[in-house]
Design a protein around this ligand. Structure first.
Ligand code: NAD
Ligand code: UD2
Length: 307
């Protein structure tokens, strides 16, 4: 039975991952500052350390005795990173360095493997889609720049310090427990909740921007498959479906799933908003042995059932 550290384990993706690890018989320690996550999300059976992942002492203590680490704690909102550039940089990049540093071999123990969350935001405004992992990394947001920084420091961790890592570039993840009340949350949870309450949906820009929406269970499956593949070459993989949905298509699909016609309110486009973001699943599917993704309609039904 392995002991695994999950940073951000009280958040949306981290709480699903923690539950899956416990279900397969692992022990889990969670490090979380409860800023966007909550104790209510914590899977029963996990141990919680409340603390900041950018604090090296806290991370070192949390890492003690673990067999592997999933590093998910971050400020996940692109919009919030635009507003609070330096503050979010400390959490999104410096904290990753603190995790990689604590994972180095020490006092006779081997280096600890780390699987960490990167993002499709590292690609910036792509010239073509679907994006494979060799597409140029040209982030356009502070969030994307910090996630690319995580990938670069993971290479340093491997090449210089012998720390095995693997980075997963999540596209737009959705599912139950993604906080629907926060304006910084993902668009699917915001839209489902607003439609449920009979409120109009805000479309930023013309609504023809596209995203690759991936259900949280598929992300958990990718994380579980990834950790044993961590290595000092610091590989990175997309986690996506390969299927584009425009915001207008998405609102119509949510309307069908809720049995209501959505009212749309157009608002100005968000600063630095990516126009099209769709990933290629091929490399991850092959290397990580992933199953076909959950279809959008099925995932939307799960979100609506949870609300
Ligand atoms: P989330 O906000 O639900 O979870 C993040 C968790 O980290 C929360 O529990 C929060 O309390 C914790 N946290 C934040 N700052 C912290 C700090 N300084 N110290 C300790 N804990 C801290 O977000 P999520 O959607 O579950 O995202 C998880 C990871 O996946 C993040 O790294 C995010 O950047 C990445 N990601 C998410 C998406 C997505 O669509 N949700 C897409 C790409 C990448
Ligand atoms: C998401 C992730 C981010 C990241 C990126 C990967 C969240 C919160 N953020 O950023 O972590 O890694 O994907 O590319 O999941 N929109 C509206 N109305 C709303 C809310 C959003 O029109 O009420 C639009 C928004 O302008 C954007 C799209 O919906 O074009 C998706 O927005 P988002 O905030 O869900 O996610 P994104 O792609 O900015």
């Amino acid at each position: 039975m392995a002991l695994l550290l999950v940073t951000g384990g009280c958040g949306f993706i981290g709480s699903h991952l923690t539950a899956a690890l416990l279900a397969r018989g692992d022990r889990v320690r969670v490090l979380d500052d409860l800023s966007t996550g909550s104790r209510a999300n914590l899977a029963p059976g996990a141990t919680l350390v409340v603390g900041k992942v950018e604090d090296p002492e806290t991370v070192r203590a949390a890492m003690e005795g673990v067999d592997g680490c999933f590093h998910l704690a971050a400020i996940a909102s692109v919009a919030r990173c635009t507003e609070a550039w330096l503050e979010t940089h400390r959490v999104n990049l410096s904290a990753t360095i603190a995790v990689l540093d604590a994972a180095r071999a020490a006092f006779g123990r081997a280096a600890i493997p780390v699987a960490y969350a990167s993002s499709a935001a590292i690609y910036g405004m792509p010239e073509f889609c679907p994006l494979d992992e060799d597409a140029p990394a040209r982030p356009l947001s502070a969030y994307g720049a910090d996630k690319l920084g995580c990938e670069l420091h993971a290479r340093v961790a491997g090449q210089v310090h012998g720390v095995p890592t693997i980075g997963l570039r999540f596209f737009n993840v959705y599912g139950p427990r993604q906080d629907p009340r926060s304006p910084y949350s993902g668009v699917i949870s915001i839209f489902c909740e607003r439609l449920n309450r009979g409120l109009p949906l805000a479309i930023h820009g013309d609504g023809r921007q596209t995203r690759d929406f991936v259900f949280v269970a598929d992300v958990v499956a990718a994380l579980l498959a990834a950790l044993p593949m961590a290595e000092t070459g610091a590989p990175v993989f997309n986690v996506c479906t390969g299927q584009p949905s425009s915001l207008l298509d998405l609102s119509a699909a949510i309307g069908r799933a809720c049995g209501q016609e959505p009212r749309l309110e157009h608002q100005p486009a968000r600063l630095g908003d990516i126009r099209h973001s769709v990933g290629s699943v091929l490399r991850a599917r092959q290397a990580l042995g992933l199953k076909p993704p959950v279809p959008l309609e099925e995932g939307l039904a799960a979100v609506i059932g949870w609300l």
